[in-house]
Write a protein that binds this ligand. Structure first.
Ligand SMILES: Nc1ncnc2c1ncn2[C@@H]1O[C@H](COP(=O)(O)OP(=O)(O)O)[C@@H](O)[C@H]1O
Ligand SMILES: [Mg+2]
Length: 358
């Protein structure tokens, strides 16, 4: 049987570019090669698309974009092409692609933009479509949807950048609603970039400025203390697998960027330190939230559980970190799916979902 040609897209114009490189190396190194041929496309931080023929070590080192045999390329939005257009000087060639596997985190990859292009292209692609990607990326719209769907969340509020002149009035409203400490985040970011915890009005203002460096909308949340737990959901509704629940024991004040990817001091526990009934409730809410948000393929659903047992959803990551030690693949492994089986499963779901071309 002919092999299936998978185009892995990595990098991207995102403050999570480096995280994508780490995920991409693991994914490419573990795709079952008896079934799949891999075509690698990297997007530089400036947004150049390059067909990359080199090794995954060059991806992780960041040297990949200087490879002498890189060829500028693009995914054709024209459904007659269903592939990659490579532009080597004046020599233009088409490489047919069976399925795209985006391994990108954050803006311009996980947020529906890339998914929109792939939708136009008619090439099947892995993971969530435009709506779920967009909705889960924007914490304001995600929170509104969760509230509407009756999915439990902590108290929250938001402001726009153009409201900064009116900061004191907004701060009073937020303080009254949430009380200190207050968590402040950009509405569109990820990997904890731009997230901080404020203990008073002055810190709140600094936190808002820090968040506004990444987005034009800021989210405020009451501080939730308790367990930080995550559940991996896999499948296309209504057939979903919700994994065992895993827990993060952050080593920093909270689970920040350093802690997530570099310091290696945060601990994870599977299963989480919670009773079985609570873990099962979390798995049910994870599946409900996945379905409400129109997710497909995979997503990691993150929660807080307060000491009194209250379960609060934090966020859904439609393209969660995907290194071998990342929580999503580890949770799925706990459910009996090895890392290569998981990649195969995600690609298979994309091909199944693509049968009808509505
Ligand atoms: N309301 C909150 N209460 C306590 N800790 C929080 C709260 N919101 C976020 N955090 C901490 O900050 C981290 C990053 O916030 P999160 O909302 O998950 O943003 P990101 O999209 O950047 O991952 C979380 O993993 C958690 O450790
Ligand atoms: Mg998070």
């Amino acid at each position: 049987m002919a092999k299936i040609k998978v185009c892995v897209i990595f990098g991207g114009v995102s403050n999570e570019h480096e995280v994508s490189l780490m995920s991409a190396k693991s994914v490419i190194d573990n795709i079952p090669t008896d079934k799949y041929d891999v075509v690698k496309v990297g997007i530089t931080k400036k947004g150049r698309w390059l067909f990359f023929p080199g090794s995954t070590d060059e991806i992780i080192s960041g040297a990949w974009h200087e490879h002498p045999d890189n060829v500028p390329c693009l995914i054709s939005p024209d459904r007659a092409t269903k592939g990659l257009i490579k532009m080597d000087g004046t020599n233009i060639t088409i490489e047919k692609i069976d399925v795209v596997l985006p391994v990108m985190h954050g803006k311009n990859g996980e947020d529906g933009t890339l998914q929109g292009l792939l939708e136009m292209s008619g090439i099947p692609y892995c993971g969530c479509g435009v709506t779920a990607s967009r909705l889960c990326m924007d914490k304001m719209h995600a929170n509104m949807t969760f509230d509407q769907a009756g999915i439990p969340r902590c108290k929250w509020d938001y402001m726009m950048d153009y409201e900064m002149d009116n900061f004191d009035a907004i701060a009073r409203r937020v303080e009254e609603k949430l009380g200190y400490p207050i968590f402040v985040k950009p509405a569109n970011s990820g990997s904890s970039v731009g997230v901080s915890k404020a203990a008073d009005r002055r810190q709140l203002k600094d936190a808002v400025s820090a968040a506004l460096a990444h987005d034009n909308k800021v989210i405020f949340e009451e501080f939730v203390s308790g367990h930080e737990v995550e559940c991996a959901v896999f499948g296309n509704p209504p057939e979903l697998i919700a994994s065992e629940v895993g827990e993060i024991g952050a080593s920093a004040a909270f689970y920040d960027y350093e802690d997530k990817y570099f310091s290696g001091t945060s601990k994870t526990y599977i299963p989480a330190h919670l009773d079985e009934e609570t873990r099962n409730k979390i798995r049910e809410i994870a599946k409900k939230a996945f379905t409400v948000m129109d997710c497909k393929g995979l997503s990691r659903v993150d929660f807080f559980v307060k000491e009194d047992g209250t379960i609060l959803l934090n966020e859904i990551n439609t393209l969660p970190g995907f290194t071998k030690i990342s929580m999503y693949p580890r949770l799925m492994q706990h459910s009996g799916m090895s890392y290569p089986q998981l990649i195969d499963g995600i690609i298979t779901l994309a091909l199944e979902g693509a049968v009808d071309e509505r």
